[in-house]
Design a protein around this ligand. Structure first.
Ligand code: NAP
Length: 292
């Protein structure tokens, strides 16, 4: 069994990005600049944004953090988005989700100039991704593609099962795995109303689990030798840990590792790749790679 180490892969990719930034600046070019907008004080969002700012440093990017309190109005946030759209010094920016309930996330996402939408959530980027045009691809599915590619997992002609159909993971993942220029696989998507779920999973050469149900994928659902990618990250109470919880994946790792040919751990698998892919998208934004 091969352990697909997302932490090590992310480290390598960040070094590659930093080397590219060094080349750009040596030629007198500008460092890529990522701005992040954070609303409120949600613990998870604070950690994500802090790690994104740290990753910018590792890659040699400039970064700007803009903070608002929970009671910021939608109009104030939209005005911030408009300022960032117009700011030529900012190559790409993100608005950290989730937003407070009184703000429409969709309205905010659609207000972002798609040429600066390094999260890849704007409908223009999602649409371009679906028809195979150059665009920002959202970080989690892009990270999984990189993990598969960099660990030599053959995808062309294979049967890929995606468990979950969310807009940020399941749907884009299935679309990418199906497309000739990315996965070139035969894809099945399963969700909470799918029948014969166990049998369908057992047919997978590549099984990608993104449902947020700890330990859902058991050894009897995995074909011997299959590649198993675990996207799930659910906080499970654990009094033995200093924080009182641990992160649990959607896969019963201890049992499945003896059946799978390759598997990602949680933590240390897909998670570290996600922030790293935001950095790759920011580099692309700085270089005007997709939208010259
Ligand atoms: P989500 O929006 O809650 O979607 C969950 C999907 O799983 C839905 O399509 C749902 O089906 C399906 N589902 C739920 N229970 C199921 C069951 N018992 N059987 C079959 N399908 C079931 O979740 P998400 O945003 O995609 O996230 C999924 C997990 O990935 C979460 O643990 C999240 O924390 C994690 N995640 C990790 C990263 C990372 O960087 N590592 C990034 C994003 C998400 P219906 O559509 O029928 O409701």
């Amino acid at each position: 069994m091969t352990l697909i180490d997302g932490k090590a892969t992310a480290r390598t990719i960040k070094q590659e990005i930093a080397a590219r930034v060094a080349e750009i600046t040596a030629r007198g070019g500008k460092r890529p600049h990522l701005a992040a907008v954070l609303v409120g004080h949600d613990g998870g969002s604070e950690t994500y944004v802090k790690n994104k700012v740290l990753a910018c440093k590792e890659c040699g990017f400039e970064s700007t953090l803009i903070r608002y309190e929970d009671d910021v109005t939608e109009d104030e946030l939209l005005a911030c988005v408009a300022r960032l759209n117009a700011d030529d010094s900012v190559d790409g920016f993100i608005v950290q989700l989730p937003l407070p309930a009184h703000i429409s996330e969709q309205r905010v996402i659609e207000a972002i100039d798609h040429r600066k939408d390094v999260d890849g959530f704007h409908p223009v980027n999602v649409g371009r991704m679906a028809i195979g045009l150059p665009c920002y691809i959202s970080a989690t599915p892009l990270g999984i593609l990189q993990l598969l590619r960099r660990h030599g997992v053959e995808t062309s002609g294979k049967h890929c099962v995606v468990l979950g159909r969310s807009n940020i993971v399941g749907k884009p993942m299935a679309s990418l795995m199906m497309q000739k220029q990315y996965g070139d696989a035969t894809v099945t998507v399963l969700h909470s109303h799918s029948r014969d779920l166990k049998e369908e999973c057992r047919r997978a050469d590549i099984l990608i689990a993104a449902i947020g149900r700890p330990g859902f994928v058991t050894a009897d659902m995995v074909k011997p030798g299959a590649t198993v990618i675990d996207v799930g990250t659910t906080r499970v109470a654990d009094p033995s840990r200093p924080r009182g919880y641990r992160l649990s994946g959607d896969v019963d790792f201890e049992a499945v590792k003896d059946v799978a040919g390759a598997i990602t751990p949680v933590p240390g698998g897909v998670g570290p790749m996600t922030i790293c892919m935001l950095m790759l998208n920011t580099l692309a934004a700085g270089e005007r790679k997709y939208y010259p």
